[in-house]
Design a protein around this ligand. Sequence first.
Ligand SMILES: Cc1cc2nc3c(=O)[nH]c(=O)nc-3n(C[C@H](O)[C@H](O)[C@H](O)COP(=O)(O)OP(=O)(O)OC[C@H]3O[C@@H](n4cnc5c(N)ncnc54)[C@H](O)[C@@H]3O)c2cc1C
Length: 422
Amino acid sequence: MTSPPINWAGNVTFRARQVHSPSSVEELRQIVASSQSIRALGTGHSFNLVADTEGDLVRLDGLPPRIDIDRRASTVTVAGGLRYAQVARELHQEGFALANMASLPQISVAGAVATGTHGSGNGLRGLATAVAGLRLVGPGGRLTELRRENPQDQLAGAVIGLGALGIVTDLTLDIEPSYDVAQWVYDGLSLDRLSDGFDEISGAGYSVSVFTDWHADAAQIWLKTRTDRPGAGRPGDRWLGARPADGPRHPIPTMPGTWCTVQSGIPGPWHERLPHFRPDFTPSSGAELQSELLLPRAAAREAFVVLRDLGDRIRPCLQISEVRTVAADDLWLSPAYRQDSVALHFTWNEDTAAVLPVLAAIENRLVPLGGRPHWGKLTTLVPEDVIGRYERAGDFEKLMAQHDPAGVFRNGFVDDLFPRTS
Ligand SMILES: Cc1cc2nc3c(=O)[nH]c(=O)nc-3n(C[C@H](O)[C@H](O)[C@H](O)COP(=O)(O)OP(=O)(O)OC[C@H]3O[C@@H](n4cnc5c(N)ncnc54)[C@H](O)[C@@H]3O)c2cc1C
């Protein structure tokens, strides 16, 4: 008997009665047709029960690894179970790029998109906004295709779908010509400077992250600039009191910098600079929990005050916190829906009992500022309070009913957000 599957962090043991690994879409369709309750599992990098089920779980990494570039349409159609690392490598070899990536390239495209995964950049929207089309296996094994150009398909509702509309077999993503990025790390930013200079910092590059423990005046700025855009250089040897790092850095101070993508301003392909973590090393620390809230960007300074105020409580449970920005989009369940956002992320120690009270204290004070939790990370909010923050939640519920009237693709996570009516 094989042991039950667990998520990447090891804090969730999936309750599925069976795990399937089809090797063709036809086989997947038969599995779906014969199941009363089924979910897809991506690479299992979520920290909550979003992928869990007591029914069947299906992994798509055995399906043909389709990567079809349409040069005329500037799109690529990829198998949903592929990891961004594979897709990015192949795209770059063919002279193309994605606009954005998350901090790690190891996650599956379908799973990342389904939970509203994002990178950082004032002008960069979440990864799901690149989706121009989806193909999914619905109830009874029926194949459905949703396209951005067909308004009746309501792709904007379906993309961040929490796995609840069906099993996504392929996604069509917008692409652009390949580009290079240079990455610099600055050490020693004070928290006052972070607060006063946040607009300057977040606007200084194509993609910018700040790492801090909300306690010491030793924040790090990770600045990623596109070499094909004006102002690609770094700000100088002294920037808001911070200094260029004297060697490779990891966001978590105790971890090796060599596990991270190349820094020191050496230009390289987009997919080897936009993620912080390299595909061939463990991303982050590997022994952790994560939470994240997205707030209106205008609330950033107020949020920093709260987090500094809670710094003494946060620090004992924290490995590192990351501040990013995400541009507004129109996807119904996007945490950045119609809101240019600041994303406040926490990499916590693997100690749920110690972390949850601190997370509750953070959420108590930040959610009133307009915070929406990341769909794939921990939150202490009750489901009504999460879904109450989405004005298109009712439309998403209708979309679920239309695609999946019997609730075959629902799970406890989705039922808690959208209670069944009968
Ligand atoms: C170290 C680390 C770093 C991270 N960094 C970032 C970051 O930079 N930015 C960010 O926003 N998030 C980040 N995350 C969170 C992560 O991006 C999300 O949890 C994402 O969902 C992971 O993708 P996955 O393939 O592991 O999805 P899973 O956790 O496997 O699944 C997530 C959801 O997608 C659904 N799903 C998966 N595949 C399919 C499919 N084929 N069809 C339909 N539904 C499907 C599942 O049912 C589930 O509901 C990070 C996580 C870790 C562990």
